[in-house]
Structures are given as structure tokens and as C-alpha cells.
Design a binder for this molecule. Structure first.
Ligand SMILES: Cc1cc2nc3c(=O)[nH]c(=O)nc-3n(C[C@H](O)[C@H](O)[C@H](O)COP(=O)(O)OP(=O)(O)OC[C@H]3O[C@@H](n4cnc5c(N)ncnc54)[C@H](O)[C@@H]3O)c2cc1C
Length: 376
């Protein structure tokens, strides 16, 4: 982290960006007051302003957080030891990422989620594979369950569910959504408002309702990912400075750092079915690739969703080692409007996981040709 901060600080310095450390708030639509650690306020004015204050974990009023036994994702950073057991409340991306990390470290994890499914924006088959994997690491899932109370006890906490179940664990980690960091900004002084979850509304150029003020990143909501937030910032800066601009690309990758990783781009099978878009599926399993066998990944898979009419990629879904890296090959093909013909004809280095694109493309191509033959 130290090195990453040094790199960014030196990039800012090289580009003549002044950094004022402190808490900023609007004094009027063109003035921001920055209060430093000695409570001194510096006033800065600007023609254009970009808000990128991010989010903080949402903390339900009914739960007493103590940053030790009952924590949120920020609290994990100050943990002194790996807990023997943990209840994770909320099976969103962050909850499941931490559930899989602690399970891999040997913690007995129970995940409690109000809904019947988790990660419902991902490919169903991939999520099923992840659940299977996590169960194998002794993770217990409690779907369709709501936490009624968390009671602190000498050795940890007792989580009481509305269904009457009681779960003892050394640590309870809440991962129940995030709240925009707009509380300290005095948005009214700038003529702005935030919604009930602290988020700011923007248009396609990331302009707020006050045209010279932009907002980007997690403070505007979905998808709340680092790479997307950076791109939004770049676009807002270009727009603010009247630089030429093409807008954000419609294809945005999703990366989930569970163990194993999940990554995808484009649409899921469920979405395509709902939208009545016909598709064929091409699958490649890591265990059938030389590289998969070398690294001992027997569960990984790559799935291509392909239009049978145009043979273009409609979605790419990867589960397993290096998924978040591997996905970008599919993103490049999709972004350039490529077809599976390219992947079938291309030669990939051997042995690589990238070969899975050729295998999955051949699988999809064979299925498409079979249908075509039957139609003759
Ligand atoms: C546990 C966790 C894991 C994640 N993992 C991933 C991942 O693997 N990949 C990925 O792409 N994304 C991940 N994300 C999301 C990613 O961190 C965010 O999308 C990204 O940091 C958003 O950038 P941002 O600039 O909008 O906000 P932030 O990075 O939150 O930065 C906002 C900054 O503004 C400061 N600030 C707030 N209010 C004020 C104020 N009034 N005055 C001055 N400063 C202020 C804050 O202190 C903070 O430094 C993760 C998030 C969490 C919580």
C-alpha cells in the first residue's frame, strides 16, 4: 500500500496537482473549505469541481459495532489474528470475497443472506460452482434468513436469526451495503442533494444538477469498482476541460476476488433469455488444458455466450485461476466486434489458460453447425 501511495503521489506531483489534506465541504457552488488536522480551514475556489468522496460501510442502528468482535469490512484491516469462526452478514461481493478468504485461512464461516440467491448479476452456473467450492471449505450458507440481533459474549458474539437459529462465532462481519460519503460535504451550499443512501445523481457526462460540478466513483453508485471509477473520473475531467471525448465504453468488466476468482463481461444467460436473444454456449474446462493440469486447477472454466446468427460474443464468463486477467482477451474481441471465427482460427501459446478461448469457441462453433445442419 505504501508503494502504491508513493507512486500516485509522485504522479500527481509530476502533473502539477496540488494535494490539500483535510476534510472538504462546500462553502458556495465554487468554493470548497478544507479543514486540516489542526482544525485550520483553507478555502479554495474553482471553475469546475469533481466530487469523488466514495462510500463507507453502512452500519445498521440496531447493531453495536466495536471494531473487534462485531466489525465491518474496514474493521478487518485492524484485525490482530485470524478468527476461529466468523459470521458474515450479507452475501454481496465484499461479503463473499471475505468469506472465501477467511475460509481459505481455516476460519469456520457462516454466511447469512436475506435473499435466496447470491451474486444474482453473475452467471448462475459460475455462482453454483463457487458455492460448491466454499461448502467444500466448510462454509455454511443461510439464505432467506434475516439477522434479528447480535449479542456480544466473552468469547465472541451470538448471532440470532429471525427464524430462531443462534450462531456462535468469534467475529461477526457486517457487509450490508455501503453509504455515499456526502454527509460532511454541505451539499446544500452548492445547491446539490444526495439520495437516502448518500448518493449523488449524474448525467452521462457525470455532471450533477449543478452543471459545473461533477461526481464520479462509488459516490454515484453502481458498479462501484476501482477501474470504472477511474474511467468515470477521466471522462469527467475531459468534459470539464472541453477535451475531445467518446464517453464510457458500454462493455465494462466485473472482477470478483473470491477464491477462486470470478470475472465476466457482457450479458448472462438469464439476461439473454429474458431479452429473448438466442445464444449458443461454448465451454472450456481448465482440467482439459495442459496449463490447467500443470497448475492443478481442476475446477476452472471459461464460458462463451455466442450469437448463432452473427457468431459475435454476447458474454464471457470465467471462473478459476487468473479469471480476472483471462477475461480481457474476451473483452478485446467483444470490444472490436470480433466473432468466434477469429478465436477458432487463432493460434494460442501452449500451455496457457488462454487456450481455453479456442476450446470454448470450437465447442460453440460445433453446436452452431449442428443446428445449421439439422435445419437444412
Ligand atoms: C472491501 C472492499 C474491496 C474492494 N475490492 C475491489 C476490487 O477488488 N476491485 C475493484 O475494482 N474495486 C474494489 N472495491 C471498490 C473500490 O475500492 C472502489 O470502487 C473505489 O475505491 C472507488 O473509488 P472512489 O475514488 O470513488 O472512492 P474511494 O476510493 O473510497 O476514495 C474516496 C476518498 O475520498 C475521501 N473523502 C471522503 N469524504 C471526504 C471529504 N469530505 N473531504 C476530503 N476527502 C474525503 C475518502 O477518505 C477517500 O480517501 C472494493 C471496495 C471495498 C470496500
Amino acid at each position: 500500500m505504501g508503494r502504491e501511495i508513493d507512486v500516485i503521489r509522485s504522479q500527481l506531483a509530476r502533473n502539477h496537482v496540488t494535494v490539500l489534506t483535510g476534510t472538504g465541504r462546500f462553502l458556495d457552488p465554487h468554493t470548497v473549505g478544507v479543514v486540516d488536522e489542526h482544525e485550520r480551514e483553507v478555502k479554495v475556489t474553482a471553475e469546475k469541481i469533481i466530487i469523488a468522496t466514495g462510500t463507507r460501510p453502512a452500519r445498521p442502528d440496531t447493531v453495536e459495532f466495536d471494531d473487534h468482535t462485531v466489525i465491518d469490512s474496514d474493521g478487518i484491516l485492524s484485525m490482530r489474528e485470524v478468527p476461529e469462526s466468523m459470521v458474515v452478514v450479507g452475501a454481496g461481493v465484499i461479503g463473499i470475497e471475505y468469506a472465501s478468504m477467511f475460509a481459505a485461512l481455516g476460519t469456520k464461516v457462516t454466511v447469512v443472506e436475506r435473499r435466496d440467491r447470491m451474486l444474482d448479476f453473475c452467471d448462475l452456473e459460475v455462482v453454483e460452482a463457487l458455492k460448491y467450492h466454499l461448502r467444500d471449505l466448510a462454509v455454511t450458507f443461510r439464505f432467506g434468513e434475516t439477522v434479528a440481533a447480535v449479542q456480544r459474549r466473552p468469547k465472541g458474539a451470538l448471532t440470532l436469526l429471525e427464524s430462531g437459529k443462534k450462531i456462535p462465532a468469534s467475529t461477526v462481519m457486517y457487509s450490508a451495503g455501503r453509504h455515499g460519503m456526502t454527509g460532511e460535504l454541505d451539499l446544500e451550499a452548492a445547491g446539490l442533494t444526495a439520495d437516502a443512501r448518500g448518493r449523488i445523481q449524474v448525467d452521462k457526462d457525470y455532471r450533477t444538477e449543478v452543471p459545473h460540478i461533477y461526481a464520479v466513483g462509488d459516490v454515484i453508485g453502481f458498479p462501484s469498482l476501482a477501474a470504472t471509477s477511474m474511467e468515470q473520473g477521466r471522462i469527467a475531467a475531459h468534459h470539464a476541460c472541453d477535451e475531445p471525448l467518446r464517453g464510457i465504453h458500454h462493455l465494462q468488466p466485473i472482477g470478483i476476488y473470491t477464491i477462486p476468482e470470478i470475472s465476466f463481461i457482457g450479458r448472462t444467460e438469464d439476461e439473454l433469455t429474458q431479452q429473448q436473444v438466442p445464444f449458443e454456449v461454448g465451454v472450456s474446462r481448465y482440467r482439459e488444458l495442459a496449463r490447467g493440469q500443470i497448475i492443478g486447477d481442476t475446477y476452472g472454466m471459461l464460458k462463451l455466450l455466442v450469437s448463432p446468427e452473427t457468431r459475435k460474443l454476447l458474454g464471457v464468463h470465467v471462473f478459476g485461476t487468473g479469471a480476472t486477467e483471462l477475461l480481457h482477451i474476451g473483452q478485446a474481441v467483444m470490444g472490436c466486434e470480433g466473432t468466434i471465427d477469429y478465436l477458432v482460427d487463432a493460434v494460442f501459446n501452449y500451455p496457457t489458460l488462454a487456450e481455453s478461448y479456442k476450446v470454448a469457441a470450437l465447442d460453440a462453433m460445433n453446436k452452431i453447425r449442428r443446428v445449421e445442419r439439422w435445419e437444412l
